[in-house]
Unconditional design. Structure first.
Length: 359
């Protein structure tokens, strides 16, 4: 029998020089035609937290594709709890399932009172903790993260790498999707999308965590400079086109959005990414509002869960689980980016026609 690794969380993933080093996901199987895991309605279940950006990128695609009737979803409570509360020697804290009518939870160290609104219990396996799912699947990593894509037929984890789950949801379930024509990874844009992901992930998606979980000034300074250099680069791209890869919304936008929507309410304060607010970037701010207004996107945003999780789950960073009250929900205001770029394209076309198409 394979020995399980010691239970741990992302806060344990720092190097001797204070750098946050996120480890790779441990379950990497694929849902594909003719493979072990075939795409079937009702066979798979997605376990997520509405606070986790990695999980919510998958939930966003599930909603955008119209797969909510084909794939079940369970939602954890935002506040991490002791996952083995009756074992004094096991101090691991992590995701816990609750029903929306359950009484509030305190932080793992006993502070605060945080309700269960928005939670959806595990109706498939009846587990109390995400950790239980990993142990049922004979995990050897010791890191019990979300998202988890679960196969109800074989009763195991198919995949827990969000970028891969996202692509499976995008392409493998079209026969049961309500919006099968949507393709967030079109062949013509794949090279551009892969290039965008190659620098946005380490510098922005993971960059905010590299700032927040750094345990040395040097590690924090490096991550901070890379983060804001990348944000400046995004601002420049969005000054001339509606989306990251051009005129079409792609997975690159979904992946980036889940970090951006958390930036002003959480990361500026909690992860010390305080050079400026995102709402001070005119193009990024308009872009976030544009995406938020896209069907399926807002449904995967629960700011109550987001703020509650970050400020109540890490006693080392916020011992008393006090949640900051401030914050303007500027992303909920309408965006005019669609009209602006449509008008710009129309003017460009008119000029090209007037010049005989020779521009």
């Amino acid at each position: 029998m394979t020995m399980a690794a010691k239970a741990r969380t992302a806060l344990d993933e720092t190097s001797t020089t204070g750098e946050f080093k996120r480890t790779d996901a441990g379950f990497r199987s694929k849902i594909e035609r003719g493979g072990r895991f075939e795409a079937e309605a009702g066979r798979y279940h997605l376990y997520i937290s509405l606070a986790c950006p990695w999980a919510c990128r998958c939930l966003t695609v599930l909603y955008m594709k119209g797969l909510e009737d084909a794939i079940g979803v369970s939602v954890t409570h935002p506040t991490w709890q002791r996952t083995r509360p009756h074992d004094p020697a096991d101090e691991h804290i992590g995701w816990v399932f609750r029903a929306p009518t359950d009484p509030p939870l305190a932080s793992s160290t006993g502070f605060g009172s945080f309700g269960c609104e928005g939670c959806v219990p595990d109706t498939v396996n009846g587990t109390a903790f995400v950790r239980d799912l990993y142990e049922m699947a004979n995990d050897t990593t010791g890191k019990y993260s979300v998202p988890v894509l679960w196969d109800t037929k074989e009763r195991t984890i198919v995949n827990n790498e969000s970028s891969e789950i996202l692509r499976m949801l995008n392409s493998e379930f079209n026969h049961v999707a309500k919006n099968p024509g949507l393709d967030l990874y079109p062949e013509a844009l794949r090279a551009a999308i892969d290039d965008l992901n190659s620098w946005i992930y380490p510098s922005i998606n993971n960059g905010v965590y590299r700032c927040g979980f750094a345990t040395s000034q040097a590690a924090y300074d490096t991550a901070f400079e890379e983060l804001f250099s990348a944000l400046d680069r995004v601002e420049g791209i969005l000054s001339s086109q509606r989306y990251l890869a051009g005129d079409a919304l792609t997975e690159a936008d979904v992946r980036l959005f889940q970090t951006l929507i958390r930036f002003d309410p959480v990361y500026v304060v909690y992860f010390k990414t305080n050079k400026c607010f995102l709402r001070e970037y005119p193009n990024i701010a308009g872009y976030v509002r544009d995406l938020y207004g896209t069907p399926g996107v807002a449904a995967a945003v629960h700011m109550g869960h987001i703020k509650t999780h970050y400020f109540t789950s890490h006693p080392r960073l916020n011992p008393y689980a006090v949640i900051p009250r401030g914050g303007d929900a500027w992303w909920e205001r309408p965006s005019d980016r669609a009209e602006f770029f449509a008008t710009a394209a129309s003017k460009t076309g008119a000029v090209a026609a007037g010049a005989g198409g020779k521009l």
